[in-house]
Design a protein around this ligand. Sequence first.
Ligand code: NDP
Length: 246
Amino acid sequence: GTNPIKGKVVAITGASSGIGEAAALMLAAQGARVVLGARRLDRLEVLKSRIEEAGGEAVCIQTDVKKREDLIRLVQLACNQYGRLDVMINNAGISLLSRIDEVQVEDWEQMIDINLKGTLYGIAAALPVFKKQGSGHIINMISTSGIKIVPLQGIYAGTKNAVRTISEALRQESGGQYRVTGISPGFVQTELIDTIKDPAIRASMKERAAQIAISANDIAGAVVYAISQPENVDIGDIVIRPSVQD
Ligand code: NDP
């Protein structure tokens, strides 16, 4: 049969590196038309070129998920360029680990603004289009940090678990009009670790990543799987960890 990915219009936040970039490449290779958003426009331009050189279709726009209007513009780009939006992947995220009693309130706010509010802005931008089309698919990048609670990741996990809760409510409310998928990766080798500010925590996470982390492509495969399902099949939650992760 024909590849169910072919022709799908997929917007991805945080497409400039890691999981978002890997998902964009894998989806485009299977014929999706990808709409790339992130703050680093230079990286998006390079990715767009790579995709086009391989025969794929992509557009990009500078997107800061802290700004609601940037998400609206990302969705508008999809609609203007390709006439529709089939999938919105809320993937942008940061992980600023610290003990809660260190009271790093600015870091907490960054994670709430990007991981939680950024995802909500993505949902808010996509849903009106999905309702008009009578179809669509929200994919939220969550984390195993929200499943197994550990020290240092309290606020990060809190933002991720908020997204998990909201995803499930949205799925129930959708009435089959659109689909909702939450993907919870475990330890993945990406640039996320570089965003950890505390040098000691960053160093120990890097060492652990080198030992056990799986690749961004392992997560991209799950994105492709969720999107590939027939319209009447909703993949609710996918958890993907290194086999050796606790
Ligand atoms: P990366 O750091 O490689 O990628 C994160 C992406 O988010 C970058 O493209 C970055 O682009 C983007 N981003 C950050 N802030 C913003 C912003 N304000 N607006 C728009 N884009 C932003 O990390 P990963 O690929 O690992 O992370 C992707 C998602 O996966 C995140 O939600 C993360 O929490 C989640 N995750 C990752 C795990 C891991 O072990 N790596 C484990 C579990 C979940 P730019 O800086 O150009 O804006």
